[in-house]
Each structure stands twice: as C-alpha cells, then as structure tokens.
Design a protein around this ligand. Structure first.
Ligand code: SAM
Ligand code: SF4
Length: 305
C-alpha cells in the first residue's frame, strides 16, 4: 500500500466523509463542516467506491459526519460496506438515534463514536441545539453498552454559554467511562459575529489540565494533547485556531456530502469533484487522479507569520 504525502510533507491517512447536510438538531453555532453544497447526497455504492479507492491510496481511517449521519436511513448499510475496507470506521453524531442504532452499527463494524455534548443543563442544551437532552444521554449509555469504545464526548466550549461547565463534563465523562474532547469554537466565514461573542481561549484550560494530570500524550493527528487526569478522567483538546502546529500535523482529507474532495475544513475554494466522474462512467484512473489532485491542493491553513 502507498502512503500519500501532500506537498507540505504531511502523510494522509484519514478520510472524513460528510454523508448529509440534513440534521434533526439546529445548533446555533454549527459550522456544517464548512459546506454550502447542493444538498445532493452520495449513494451507498458511491460511498463504498470512494472509500475503496482511498484505501488503495493509503487511507486507513474513516470518520462519518454530517449534518447528522444517523438521519440517513441507509447508515447501517454504509458502515457494513466500508468497515472491511479500512482499519477503523468511526462516527461523529448528536447521538439522538443511537438508542436504536448503537447495536446494529456495532454489528456492522463501527469502531467508536464521538457524541456532541456541550452541556448537561437541560435548559442550555435546548438553547444550544433546539432539542432535549434525554435521547442524547440515553444514546451515550447505549454506545458505551455496545462497546463503541472509546465514546468521546465533544464539547465545543463557548464563552458565556458553557465555559463554566468544563469540570462537570469532565466528571460526567469519567462516570460514563468516556473521554471528554474539548473543542475550540471555530470561525468560519459567515460566523464572525458568533466568533467574537463566543470564542473561548483554551490555552489556560490546557495549562490547568496539565497541572491536574499524571500523564500527557501527544497524538500524531494535529499534535492534539490527551490529558490523563489524576482523578481517572481523560481529556483531549482540539485547538485549531491560529495554531500552525495543528495544521502542520493534519493527516486528513474530506469528502463533502455532494461528492467533492475537500482539502481543508476552512477552505471552500479548491474542491475536486469526484461523484460527477463516477456518474459519468469515468474510468478508475480518472477518479484516482481526482483523489491525488485533491491531496496536491492541500496546504496548511494556519501558518507561522
Ligand atoms: N451532527 C454531528 C454532531 O453534532 O456531532 C456531526 C456533525 S458536526 C458539524 C461535527 C462536529 O463539529 C461536532 O462535534 C460539532 O460539535 C462540531 N462543531 C460544529 N460547529 C462548530 C464550531 N463552530 N466550532 C467548533 N466545532 C463545531
Ligand atoms: Fe450541526 Fe451536529 Fe448540531 Fe446538527 S447536531 S446542528 S450537524 S453540530
């Protein structure tokens, strides 16, 4: 198997596939994975084909996202088809449908999940997502029960909204046997107003976590740090904004829900279409060519001045 390396020396081994832009929640801050597409969606066959081809180019991990991946009626079939092709398939979800789907997804080959949980307070949860917490906490429990391990809880930290709740989320994640992932609020082009109001600096949070840890591990992906707290909790921090190290260690390429390869969450101007090639009956080499073209367009978004 080949290892793809982009023009900035970064190996590419993971594929983040957005399966839909549809969602049953309405989080006010949602960046929609940087998509403003047509609403068109890939079929199961097309998802399988792009994963197979990506795996042949060296991709070993696939993350399914959206929108909300669990609103797709064929989600279990998608996981069943692609899980034999790569080492790991995982999913980022709001968990609202995990109660009924955690078991079937595990059987289909899903390895683990990230569940978005920004607050434990029912009123704040409603304000943030437009929905209730119950289906989400039940979904988390089901994911743990079926061994979608580790269950990571994604908390986007927002000033004045939930920054006071980091410790309660740490306690909750430890109690359910999960890992808390603190995510920096990200600015996308139409979210500037939100950014100024809600961005919360995670640097002091990391300094505090370091003091409370007996071990800190740096992941290959984005050089994200995982803090092993003395009380048994595990906290990973995702801090991309203005962080050149984060981009220097980015090993990911993206697929949009309408069938384009996307080189970076933050960029919308250098996509490479591939599903139009598939639908037009293009030969395999042309689709592989599109994949390689997308890799060649990758460039770190945040760099040292
Ligand atoms: N619906 C799924 C969910 O909420 O987990 C998957 C899609 S969601 C767009 C993927 C991840 O992006 C979630 O963890 C979500 O919390 C995070 N996210 C959304 N908007 C964000 C923003 N403005 N800044 C940082 N993270 C964000
Ligand atoms: Fe966006 Fe996920 Fe919230 Fe849906 S659940 S609005 S996709 S962050």
């Amino acid at each position: 198997m080949t290892t793809l390396v982009d023009p900035h020396g970064r190996p590419i081994n993971s594929l983040r596939i957005s399966l839909t832009q549809r969602c049953n929640f309405n989080c006010f801050f949602c960046h929609h994975e940087g998509e403003h597409g047509s609403g068109d969606e890939l079929t199961v066959d097309e998802v399988e084909r792009i994963v197979k081809l990506a795996a042949e180019q060296g991709i070993t991990k696939v993350k399914l996202t959206g929108g909300e991946p669990l609103v797709r009626k064929d989600i279990v079939e998608i996981v069943r088809r692609i899980s034999p092709l790569v080492e790991e398939v995982s999913m980022t979800t709001n968990a609202s449908r995990l109660k009924e789907l955690a078991g079937p997804l595990k059987d289909a080959g899903l390895a683990r999940v990230n569940v978005s949980l920004h607050t434990l307070c029912p009123e704040s949860f409603e304000e943030i997502t437009g929905n209730g917490t119950e289906s989400v906490t039940t979904g988390i429990e089901e994911a743990v029960k079926y061994g979608l391990n580790p269950v990571k809880l994604n908390m986007v930290v927002m000033k004045g909204i939930n920054n006071e709740e980091i410790d309660s989320l740490i306690d909750y994640s430890r109690e359910v046997g999960g890992v808390l992932q603190l995510i920096e609020f990200q600015e996308l082009e139409d979210g500037v107003e939100h950014y100024d109001s809600y961005h919360y600096d995670l640097v002091p949070v990391e300094e505090d976590l370091e003091k409370r840890s007996n071990k800190v591990v740096e992941r290959e992906m984005h050089l994200r740090k995982i803090y092993y707290l003395k009380d048994g909790a595990r906290v990973e921090v995702v801090r991309p904004m203005h962080n050149s190290k984060f981009c220097a260690y980015c090993t990911r390429i993206r697929v949009t829900s309408d069938g384009k390869l996307k080189s970076c969450l933050m960029r919308d101007d250098n996509h490479v279409p591939f599903v139009s090639l598939m639908r037009g009956g293009a030969p395999e080499e042309e689709i592989i060519g599109a994949f390689n073209e997308a890799v060649s367009r990758r460039a770190p978004f945040w760099r040292d001045e």
